[in-house]
Design a binder for this molecule. Structure first.
Ligand code: CAO
Length: 551
């Protein structure tokens, strides 16, 4: 046993940050991973977890203090076996480390330029921090791919995260030897979580690729980049106006909350939605007491009737023959929840139409390949036609507000495309589809589908859709009724085009025409049947004559 001083680990910034919570007291026995304190800069909040087991001897900082990387934090009576693990925190951060740490290794200082840095002196211990993953919600760690002591290459996958909507590889930012690893499968983490510590060998040239925010100017090259590099979104963990984050009304589920990781963890453990809590700390931040008060206030309230519970009689199927149980991953479970919710809450009607795409298909197969490179399937033409139809019928690109009293009509046109992946169904969104050419749309469909199947889809690619298309045309079928992807109000289903005998008025005979079967399922609270019929007739007309799409 020995008493050691524990220092604030590398924060990725030389700036002072404020201690907003101290979660341990003198005399307390602390276990590895337990949050000791929470720091807050003007950009983010960060848990400081213990990387040791031991008894707190003295606290060297208190709430309100300003600290920086390497500041003494507390002294601890270490347990023998934990001393090796704790060295990452007991070693003060020296100057050469600070040079390295000006690189954007952590979301506390996301930098927007390309940076080269060469360090030629001793080995450097670098913190590995989960980058901004495009959502403030905690996501599950479903795979850990590294072990302490292992040599890790830059960009090697350290672990895989899974949210309700997607899975995402977290690559190593540096090459080196893994010294400490703090994450295990099943952990729930957010961007900014400390994953571990890596020893980066000396004479390493560290290249930090430029981190680009998505721009409209060059969407194709942007998308090509996205296929090779997981996107790290430069979105600050805290809103510019924190007060605005404390919206207590659930609208479309997109509001952010202003709370530190320790508070988020407590809320998660208690099953409390942070969006429902009003923060009482400065700038509207939610603190632990707010979470506890919320729980206390709600304990005595009768539970609202739940419509979302899965009710299935417990049947022992093995009595009829051999069975095996296969767990559903989070994406499949979330799809099941969303579909059930939509099915229960949205009064849906499906409207069927077919379009004569004989000329369009001829153009696509015979003329287009001579003019452009790359695959352009019928789906890209349909997205283009849908953009035109949404511009003419904007109510199909809308959502009801939370009280069902207003229709929010979207002026942007974001079209979701259902993609079948080994993990389940995902609906990435073509943002600003009205600003894109046919070829850009085709390329984006290919890119998004590949990213979804390779588990490389950035989380924000799944958000913001206004209208969805589900195409089973590449597989088969004559018709199907897709389920509205609420809070959207309509979805278009495409089945396989086939040659049909169609009566020709001019020749007074039947001629073979290639007919595309389409189904529109719509929310009948928002859209009337006659509007749906007009929308589909217009869409069929657009696809029948390629010239319409050129306008
Ligand atoms: N009729 C006839 N052929 C069609 C067609 C249609 N409606 N749609 C596509 N095809 C053809 C394509 O042209 C392509 O053939 P060629 O290579 O000869 O041109 C072939 O079928 C395969 O197409 P694809 O599926 O690779 O590409 P896509 O652009 O049509 O679809 C994507 C892309 C991502 C939507 C699709 O791969 C996919 O995942 N579909 C499943 C979506 C799903 O699961 N929906 C159900 C959700 S529940 O509502």
């Amino acid at each position: 046993m020995s008493v050691e001083t524990i220092f604030i680990p590398d924060l990725g910034s030389s700036d002072d940050v404020e201690v907003i919570e101290v979660n341990v007291v003198v005399g307390e026995q602390v276990e590895t991973d337990q949050t000791m304190m929470v720091l807050e800069s003007d950009k983010t909040t960060m848990d400081i977890p213990a990387t040791f087991s031991g008894k707190i001897e003295e606290l060297l900082v208190s709430v309100g203090d300003k600290v920086s990387s390497g500041s003494p934090m507390l002294s601890v009576l270490l347990e023998q076996q934990a001393q090796e693990l704790s060295s990452a925190q007991t070693t003060p951060i020296n100057k050469s480390q600070e040079v390295m740490e000006e690189l954007p290794s952590q979301p506390m200082v996301a930098q927007e330029h390309s940076t080269h840095q060469t360090v030629t002196d001793a080995n450097i211990s670098k913190s590995l921090v989960v980058p901004d993953i495009g959502t403030a919600d905690a996501v599950s760690v479903i795979e850990v791919n590294v072990k302490v002591g292992e040599k890790v290459e830059k960009d090697q996958t350290l672990m895989v995260l899974e949210s309700d909507k997607t899975t995402m590889d977290i690559p190593a930012e540096f090459s080196g030897v893994l010294k400490t690893w703090l994450i295990k499968e099943g952990d729930e983490i957010t961007g900014g979580t400390l994953m571990g510590v890596i020893d980066v060998p000396h004479s390493v040239q560290v290249e930090v690729s430029s981190i680009n925010t998505q721009t409209q100017e060059n969407p194709i090259s942007e998308q090509v980049k996205e296929t090779t590099k997981p996107k790290i979104k430069l979105e600050k963990n805290l809103p510019a106006n924190p007060a605005a984050a404390n919206v207590t009304v659930d609208t479309l589920g997109s509001e952010r909350v202003y709370a530190g990781p320790a508070v988020r963890r407590l809320a998660r453990e208690m099953g409390v939605p942070l969006q429902k809590i009003k923060g009482t700390a400065p700038k509207g931040r939610i603190c632990k007491d707010d979470v506890k008060s919320y729980v206390k206030d709600n304990l005595n309230k009768p539970a609202p009737p739940s419509h979302e519970q899965f009710s299935q009689p417990a049947i022992d199927f093995s009595q009829f023959g051999e069975v095996h149980s296969q767990p559903l991953n989070r994406i499949k479970q979330a799809t099941a929840r969303n579909m059930s919710s939509s099915w229960r809450h949205v009064p849906m009607v499906s409207h069927f139409e077919q379009s004569d795409i004989t000329e369009l298909e001829q153009y696509r197969r015979e003329i287009l390949p001579t003019q452009v490179e790359g695959k352009v399937t019928m789906l890209a033409f349909v997205v283009k036609a849908v953009v035109h139809a949404l511009q003419k019928f904007p109510q199909f690109n809308s959502s009801l507000d939370a009280h069902g009293k207003n229709l929010i009509i979207k002026k942007y046109i974001n079209v979701g495309v259902a993609v079948e992946t080994p993990q389940g169904l995902m609906v990435p969104v073509i943002k600003g589809a009205d600003q894109k050419s046919l070829l850009e749309i085709a390329l984006q469909i290919t890119t998004l589908a590949k990213q979804a199947r390779d588990k490389k889809l950035p989380m924000d690619a799944l958000q913001g859709g206004g209208f969805s298309i589900s195409s089973l045309g590449g597989i088969g079928g004559t018709q199907f009724t897709p389920i509205v992807n609420a809070p959207e109000v309509a979805i278009l289903g495409l089945s396989r085009a086939s040659l049909q005998p169609v009566f020709d008025q001019v020749s007074s005979g039947f001629v073979p025409r290639l007919m595309l079967p389409m189904a529109l399922t719509y929310d009948h609270r928002v859209i009337d049947g006659a509007e749906a019929a007009r929308f589909m007739a217009y869409l069929a007309e657009l696809l029948k004559d390629i010239r319409h799409l050129l306008l």
